[in-house]
Design a protein around this ligand. Structure first.
Ligand code: NAD
Length: 344
């Protein structure tokens, strides 16, 4: 098969906060990939990509998939478009990398899963990039080697910096983000399932807009907190938000019967400590793209290898569906105040 020898030819859909990052990585760092075409509805983004990456641009993703000589699409458009774009690409014989979450509404996501399973000859990979982060992988190795005993409790923070509030507000105004649990906490839900090998059975969640009242108008909770109970009474607390004054706070604590793991307690930018008349300061990371740069690159490299070797991703569509159902149960609980049973 020629694809084993050649570069994988890619069309990227979406050139916003993350799409531009993925495109730049594919163009500059991933030698086995070649970005042939990009698609977006923002004209300035298309012009930037044409000038800087020398790619053909489209404002209609179907046209790009139909016309451009590509093997695969990388979908980084707003979440509500993921199901239709995935299905169109698969039906055109293209491999698909799709950003998280799979989608927003369960019926269309279930149809999307049916299509993905029906095209088992094509690679489908979901963008749970934290599974490619070196620290989360290290923690997984410790847990799997029984290094902290049985897991009792997990606490996970996923809190964007206040400096990102403007771009988040634009993102969530232009399109439905899915809300704090579906858009943000879904990463930690996936990690918790990956680490424990278990699914939660019920959740109780609360949301508020104390730190950003303007988000109420677009139906977003700025902060969301969910408690997940598992069958064996293992408990996890998810804390999602958009208000961290100091930077990008993505932290996890895993308490075991014989030890604890903490990942990224403080979002240090590097090893620099600054001593000035302002005191002793550890500068912090300011964005998800900075914190997860290596993971974003590694997951795309993994996708390219999977396409070239015709191998399905370790992250299954079932992982995507279960994480989405759990996140949606948290959302329902936060909106109703009820404890919600999780049916998977
Ligand atoms: P964004 O709003 O910044 O950019 C969206 C892009 O999609 C824009 O280029 C826009 O022109 C394009 N677009 C919109 N509608 C389109 C259409 N109908 N056809 C073609 N292109 C269209 O969004 P973003 O923040 O980059 O998020 C995009 C996706 O990436 C979302 O699903 C989000 O959940 C996901 N994301 C994941 C992570 C992560 O940590 N893995 C981080 C950020 C975003």
């Amino acid at each position: 098969m020629s694809i084993e020898m050649d570069k994988v030819k890619i069309g990227v859909i979406g050139l916003g906060r993350l799409g531009m990052v993925h495109t730049e990585h594919l163009v500059t760092l991933i030698s086995d990939a070649e970005v042939i075409a990009v698609c977006a509805v923002d004209k300035e983004q298309l012009m930037f990509a044409e000038e800087n990456f020398g790619v053909t641009t489209y404002d209609d993703y179907k046209k790009m998939i139909d016309e451009a000589p590509i093997d695969a699409v990388v979908i980084v458009a707003p979440t509500g478009f993921h199901p239709e774009m995935t299905e169109y690409a698969l039906n055109a014989g293209k491999h698909v990398f799709c950003e998280k979450p799979l989608g927003l509404e369960m019926p269309e996501v279930e149809d999307m899963a049916t299509q993905i399973n029906a095209h088992s000859d094509l690679v489908f990979q979901l963008g749970f990039m934290r599974r490619f982060d070196a620290s989360y992988r290290h923690a997984k190795e410790i847990i799997d080697a029984n290094g902290i005993g049985d897991i009792i409790y997990i606490r996970a923070y996923g809190i964007d910096p206040i400096s990102g509030m403007e771009s988040f507000t634009k993102f969530a105004t232009d399109n439905d983000s899915g809300g704090i649990f579906v858009d943000m906490c879904i990463h930690d839900i996936d990690l918790i399932r990956w680490y424990t090998g278990m699914d939660p059975v019920e959740t109780w969640a609360v949301g508020n807009d104390i730190a950003a009242p303007q988000l109420k108008a677009i139906g977003e909770f700025e902060t969301g907190v969910a408690t997940l109970r598992f069958e064996n009474n293992m408990v996890a607390t998810l804390i999602g938000g958009r208000h961290a004054a100091h930077g990008n706070q993505v932290e996890m604590e895993i308490m075991g019967s014989n030890g604890w793991i903490r990942i990224a307690q403080e979002p240090e930018k590097d090893f620099v400590t600054l001593f000035t008349n302002a005191g002793v300061v550890r500068p912090s990371m300011q964005s998800f793209s900075e914190r997860f740069e290596e993971a974003f690159i590694t997951e795309l490299k993994d996708f390219i290898v999977n396409v070239k070797t015709n191998c399905q991703s370790d992250i299954s569509v079932d992982d995507g569906i279960k994480a989405l159902k759990i996140a949606k149960a948290c959302k329902v609980s936060a909106e109703t105040g009820d404890v919600v049973k999780i049916e998977l």
